[in-house]
Design a protein around this ligand. Structure first.
Ligand code: ADP
Ligand code: MG
Length: 365
């Protein structure tokens, strides 16, 4: 039986630039979600290996969506939207199985949604194409689930390429693959999942977003992407609020760092990426103020253990840290993070290395 696999992702650099119409550089992870569809006779049912029970929807039920458990809206959302669009959706049994840790900032949600959307696209003969798959996957998270994600997660999950990062322009949602193969330079991408609980993440995210929009309004530009790095000082001088100035400085310099990272990867200068990652972390910590003690501790421990660069990845207030580390020093770097967490009284972090993997694809099994 064919199943559809879609991966989780890590953002190498470019944080909170997406909703400012800027640039991001994610890559697809080897871990992901597999969706299998089989015919059913009486309505729709959804099963997740990671959740108890089976969620059933009666044959007449694609318009009523009240008592659906949260997790199942990521799956049924696609059916609801297709139904709203006038697509005839035949009864189906939908089974999902994912090894992306949930809520860790590795986008288990996009892995789930994209694998379901790709499976439905094939099964129903929708022929959505790259732009249509992206649009439907985004609508499931934005409209059905109600999560204000900007599209990067779905872009990476759908379009990632093995051995490559995906340079995305979030203004027009176009993407280009850029070589990213740390192993070829004797390096590894080490991921530390801090498992820090996301504290006030939704409210803080909304506040940053509002602040960026307000700054763009005061600067009279469509989005902060339109403030060039060369114009940063002049732009800062026009703002009278220190908080807005810090937000603008983060977003404008972060966009510039993404472009710098892309140039370095295209030139095969992987080691030189390290300081750019660390500068991104400092900007998130000092200007955008979205880090928490766990992620700062992990970054310091990694740099102290000789990492070439390290930064928090994801929206902030918890989640994962990534580091570029010499292949022979991965174990020592991991031990340094575990030791620092133990000293600080934090919970046990989860460490693993990641390579850039292919985006969504069918798997014969
Ligand atoms: P992230 O995408 O960073 O992992 P989100 O909060 O965006 O965090 O998405 C996590 C949510 O996605 C989970 O709480 C759950 O509702 C849903 N989810 C992800 N993977 C699965 C799965 N395998 N089975 C059921 N629900 C899942
Ligand atoms: Mg998510």
């Amino acid at each position: 039986m064919t199943s559809w696999f879609a991966p989780g992702r890590i953002n190498l650099i470019g944080e909170h630039t997406d909703y400012n119409d800027g640039f991001v550089l994610p890559m697809a992870l080897p871990m992901g979600c597999a969706t299998t569809l089989s015919p059913a006779t009486d309505g729709w049912s959804v099963v997740s290996v990671q959740e108890p029970g089976e969620v059933r929807v009666r044959r007449s039920g694609l318009s009523g969506r009240d008592d659906t458990p949260d997790w199942a809206t990521y799956v049924l959302g696609a059916l609801w939207l297709l139904h709203d669009d006038g697509v005839e959706v035949p009864p189906l049994r939908i089974e999902v199985d994912s090894d992306v840790p949930s809520g860790a900032g590795l986008s288990s949600s996009a892995a789930l949604v994209c694998s379901v959307v790709c499976a439905l696209d094939e099964r129903l003969g929708l022929d959505l194409g790259p732009a249509g798959l992206l649009a439907l996957s985004r609508r499931v998270e934005n409209d059905a689930v109600g999560a204000p994600t900007g599209g990067m997660d779905q872009l990476a999950s759908l379009r990632g390429e093995e051995g490559h990062a995906l340079f995305c322009d979030m203004r027009d949602l176009t993407s280009q693959s850029v070589p990213f193969d740390p192993g070829a330079s004797g390096l590894a991408l080490l991921v530390a999942d801090t498992r820090a609980p996301h504290r006030h993440a939704d409210g803080e995210y909304a506040a940053r977003r509002r602040g960026c929009e307000e700054a763009a309004r005061q600067l009279d530009v469509p989005a902060l992407r339109d403030v060039g790095a060369d114009d940063l000082d002049a732009a800062l001088a026009r703002l009278d609020d220190d908080e807005l100035r810090r937000y603008v400085r983060h977003v404008v310099t972060e966009d510039a760092r993404v472009l710098e990272a892309v140039d370095l990867l295209r030139d095969g200068r992987l080691a030189d990426l390290g300081p750019v990652l660390s500068a991104s972390h400092a900007s998130m910590r000092d200007d955008f103020r979205i880090t928490v003690p766990e992620v700062d501790t992990a970054v310091e421990a990694l740099l102290g253990a000789g990492a070439l660069g390290a930064r928090m990845t994801g929206g902030g207030f918890g989640g994962c840290v990534i580091a570029l580390v010499a292949e022979g020093e991965v174990d020592a770097a991991g031990d340094a993070v575990r030791g620092a967490f133990s000293d600080a009284g934090f919970g046990e972090p989860e460490l693993f290395t990641a390579s850039a993997a292919p985006g969504a694809h069918a798997v014969e099994g």
